[in-house]
Each structure stands twice: as structure tokens, then as C-alpha cells.
Ligand binder design. Structure first.
Ligand SMILES: Cc1ncc(COP(=O)(O)O)c(C=O)c1O
Length: 298
């Protein structure tokens, strides 16, 4: 039976339960991470574990959630869990939430629970084929209404609404604009455009600055591309030579259509393909330069 790490203990999967009066369930007062582990020639490894745990603690601090473990303990717990579960390639979901014992919006005094769950999760948006997207009718949360750099569960209602729209319109993913009408990000992905061989991505402020985004920027620069963060208009997006998403779940995912606009004849573009290949090599330990991003556990 698979285990879940729950408040410092390995518990059987069905036993990792919460009470219906859990604070986080009512008010979204929880923070989470999404991490991936990959098989490599030297054994399995977690990609950018330290950075994910760092962001987990940062997100918690934004909501005033005091995680009763050190960063090192959480890193160790993640590696131990996936080893015990014998998962050589998987998605990992740490979550910290205000628990049962206190209702009302003022969180002071509410207990903190922490759990780590992992499961096998293949390509989130498909493998090679560029996906169909729409520009969502929902805009990204106003940066003055939240802290965009934190992964706060409550804020994901915005991503869920956009995803409901995606399912109704029978496309694969949404692109959300910010409150000024500039391109922001996907419900769970960052976005990049390629124009005349140069790469652009929305600047931070209205997006979650993803760990994959940061990795891809470094990888692209290493290949020799110029990458610039800037405000991107819908027109620039739709007239781009190539468009792709990045994210832990989505990895590097080419976009072939935005609303009715076809991008690069619905084919993966040259730049996207190079970056995707390089990213795939990086996470699988095939590029020595980026071995520092891998935490081996098996
Ligand atoms: C809203 C949003 N943007 C971007 C990302 C991509 O971030 P990362 O590459 O760290 O997974 C995610 C996923 O965590 C997300 O939820």
C-alpha cells in the first residue's frame, strides 16, 4: 500500500484524512507545491527540489502558516516518501494547510498540518503535438489582491474557472490575461513566445514566476537564444512565430492554436523543439551541466 507523509509520519494512503471543518477547506488557507521526479541513467532524481521547497516555505510565510519542520526535513521527507513508494518517476505534491480547530477568517490559533503525496502523472497537456488554447474570459488575479509569487490554494479558484471554460470549449488549455490586458500565464503554466528567433516571456508581477520558467530561460540562453521579460500584448501573442507553455506538470508544451489563430501551422517550432529537447535531457540527467538541479534518491 502506498504511503503519504502526514505531519512527520508515513501513513497508509487511505488514512491521510481531514475533518470537514478544516480551515483550509473553507477558506483556501493552504499552500502547495508541484514537483517532478524523473528516471535517469544514474537512478531516479527530483528536479530542483531545493527551489520548490524554498518556494513552499515562502508561500506559507505569506499566509502566516508556520511549517513546524525545517526545509531540510521537508526535502528529506520528500525523498524518503518516493523511495518508500518505489516510484521511479512521479509528481509530488507537498501541501501545508490550516487544519481543524478554529473557524472564522482570523487564522491565529489554527493548527498547521503538512502532507506530502506523490503519484505517477504523465504528460499533463500531451506529448509532442501542439495544443489548442483559448484566451480565457477570466483575467488573472489582480496583483493587489494577492501575492502572485506564492502558490496559495485559495487563489486557484481562478485557474479552476478558466479550466471549466477550457472543458466547455473542448480545447486543451487557457491563456489568462492580466488586469491591464497583457498576456499573463496559463492556469498552471507560464508562457513564452518566439519572434524572429528571439524569446519573450511576460515579466513578473502578475504571474507565478515558475521554476520551469526560470530553468527554461537558463537553458535557452545556454543554447544561445536571447530571452527577454516584457509586457506581451494579445496581438504579439497571436502573431508570434512560436508559442509554448512551461510548468512542472506541463513541462515544455508547444501551442498550435489560440482561439481561431493557428500558430506555426500547428507544428512544433524549431526553437520550441530545441528547448523542449534540452529540458527533457536536463531533467533526465543527460546534461552534466545541470546535474546540480537533480536530487538523486534511488
Ligand atoms: C499559475 C501557475 N503559473 C505557472 C506555473 C509554473 O510553475 P512551475 O514551473 O514552478 O511549476 C504554475 C505551476 O506551479 C502555476 O500554478
Amino acid at each position: 500500500m502506498k504511503k503519504i507523509w502526514y505531519d512527520g509520519k508515513m501513513v497508509d494512503w487511505p488514512k491521510a484524512q481531514v475533518h470537514v471543518l478544516t480551515h483550509g477547506l473553507h477558506y483556501g488557507s493552504a499552500v502547495f507545491e508541484g514537483i517532478r521526479a524523473y528516471k535517469t541513467k544514474r537512478g531516479s532524481a527530483v528536479f530542483r527540489l531545493k527551489e520548490h521547497v524554498e518556494r513552499f516555505f515562502y508561500s506559507a510565510s505569506v499566509l502566516g502558516i508556520k511549517i513546524p519542520f525545517s526545509k531540510k526535513e521537508i526535502e528529506k521527507a520528500i525523498l524518503e516518501l518516493i523511495k518508500i513508494n518505489k516510484d521511479k518517476e512521479c509528481y509530488i505534491r507537498p501541501i501545508a494547510f490550516l487544519g481543524y480547530g478554529k473557524m472564522g477568517l482570523k487564522p491565529k490559533g489554527a493548527p498547521v498540518n503538512v502532507a506530502i503525496i506523490n503519484w505517477p502523472w504523465g504528460a499533463y497537456l500531451g506529448e509532442e503535438k501542439p495544443i489548442k488554447t483559448i484566451i480565457s474570459k477570466y483575467i488573472r488575479i489582480h496583483p493587489g489582491s494577492s501575492v502572485m509569487e506564492a502558490k496559495i490554494s485559495g487563489c486557484y479558484y481562478n485557474s479552476v474557472l478558466a479550466s471549466i471554460e477550457v472543458q466547455k470549449k473542448r480545447v486543451e488549455e487557457a491563456i489568462l490575461l492580466d488586469f491591464k490586458g497583457f498576456v499573463a500565464e496559463g492556469p498552471g503554466e507560464n508562457i513564452f513566445i518566439v519572434k524572429k528567433g528571439k524569446i519573450f516571456t511576460p515579466s513578473s508581477g502578475t504571474i507565478l514566476p515558475g521554476i520551469t520558467r526560470e530553468s527554461v530561460i537558463q537553458i535557452a540562453q545556454e543554447i544561445g537564444y536571447k530571452v527577454k521579460e516584457k509586457k506581451i500584448t494579445v496581438k504579439e501573442l497571436k502573431t508570434a512565430d512560436e508559442v509554448f507553455f512551461t510548468g512542472t506538470a506541463a513541462e515544455v508544451c508547444p501551442i498550435g492554436q489560440i482561439d481561431k489563430t493557428i500558430i506555426n501551422n500547428k507544428k512544433i517550432g524549431e526553437v520550441t523543439r530545441k528547448i523542449k529537447e534540452s529540458f527533457n535531457k536536463t531533467v533526465r540527467g543527460e546534461d552534466n551541466h545541470y546535474l546540480k538541479w537533480l536530487s538523486f534518491y534511488d
